[in-house]
Design a protein around this ligand. Sequence first.
Ligand code: GLC
Length: 500
Amino acid sequence: MSFNELHKACEEKLSKEVDEICEQFVVDSDKLAQMTEHFIDQMEKGLQPLPADVSEATDRGLPMIPSFVTGLPNGSERGVLLAADLGGTNFRICSVSLFGDHTFKLEQLKSKIPDELLEDENVSSKDLFSYMARRTLAFIKKHHPDAMEKGASAPVMKMGFTFSYPVNQTSLNSGTLIRWTKGFKIADTVGKDVVQLYQDELDAEGLPFVKVVALTNDTVGTLLSHSYVSESGSSLCSGEISEPVIGCIFGTGTNGCYMEEINNISKLSPDIREKLIAEGKTHMIINTEWGSFDNDMKVLPTTKYDIDVDQKYSTNPGFHLFEKRVSGMYMGEILRNILVDLHCRGLLFNHYKSYNELPHRLRTPFELGSEVLSHIEIDDSNDLRETELSLLQSLRLPTTSLERVEIRKIVRAISRRSAYLSAVPIASIIKKTKSLHKRYHGEVEVGCDGSVIEFYPGFRSMIRHALALSPIGSEGERKVHLKIAKDGSGVGAALCALVA
Ligand code: GLC
């Protein structure tokens, strides 16, 4: 065989293998229907109390965490409140002014969470929460110097705390961490009340007048801020809710929440339910923690790359398996695993003779961020030069033009599966709550936040395609409005603090 023939044969083999990999990422309408049915079942299970004889094998369903938030804002709320927001990448302190006319002003101090807090094995809870308290101190000094001067005698400043990890919430202002997700692994935080941990450190930093009065999740914040900003929020005042509005995040992680009838939340103790109903409350926001949908892998599409990402590289193997197929933190890691595998099979980057010769960054877990995929996804430059540059910059990885064509195919398969899976919880909540058959001819607003839904090219349209293929069908899909709700974690936490 001549050199040219050999070269051609290699190209064809690569293309064929890549097509086979991409095929494993396809989610069709049957799969969407199967997952939607299972998702609804898991929501229903998660609303039930755990049986007394619970064991490892018990199917507990989705976490379905009661938020203790029983109404949605209508845009008329007013006040100046503090908000703290610990996400997967950043920690923010905000001062939020709500003007009562659907508008707000937000001042913030945003800091990238130091790598050692995420990576160092010896980090303790105290290290994390005292870091947060020190950032809070820096913010208060700058934006509320008058309060600093008064010290302990300063008037109370109410703070809402957005903590975007699964907690066992016991009231509006307390909750214990169930487990970390999205990269943190500080063991001694698990089982502790995160509000108390933060408040203790605030007190220690000389900020006793900052009172953490509400604990919330970023999805809950997104739903609240969406209702505050949205003009249609005015008709959704507490007690008059006739359709759910979903709040969801598609960013570093993924999750969603919605309004559930208190009568259906049988995991709440009868005392609490009766008390709320006596107060005239009918609904409560439930944080589904849908990132952990189907940890038993009954219906999730699974490739060997998903298994490796979960088992070999993630900090929480066996958990949050839906998130690991959907969210921004994992899209790049799936691609990295596929590229390394294709190299090891002699199909890609053949000028590197062995795995150890590959650029260090390509061998480093989680080094490949979803923004690189977003450049590749829509690269229509000559010879895919954008892709070439992007891979050189991010991974120091040179590529041939043919390799780039194949890499773009893989990127599109990963993002498409992510978006199609994202449609499943949305379709399921809409179906479970029968919201398409309610108010306003069943128009449903979904408040969304997160880097992937906001910035990943085509992500929202791909979710729409999948919604049309899902059991809600194209007629249902047309009634679903996916709206970007910015700053949910700040404004939403402030709204929570206001009602606390
Ligand atoms: C993870 C967290 C969840 C959060 C989501 C989005 O899934 O467990 O609490 O809402 O990320 O940030």
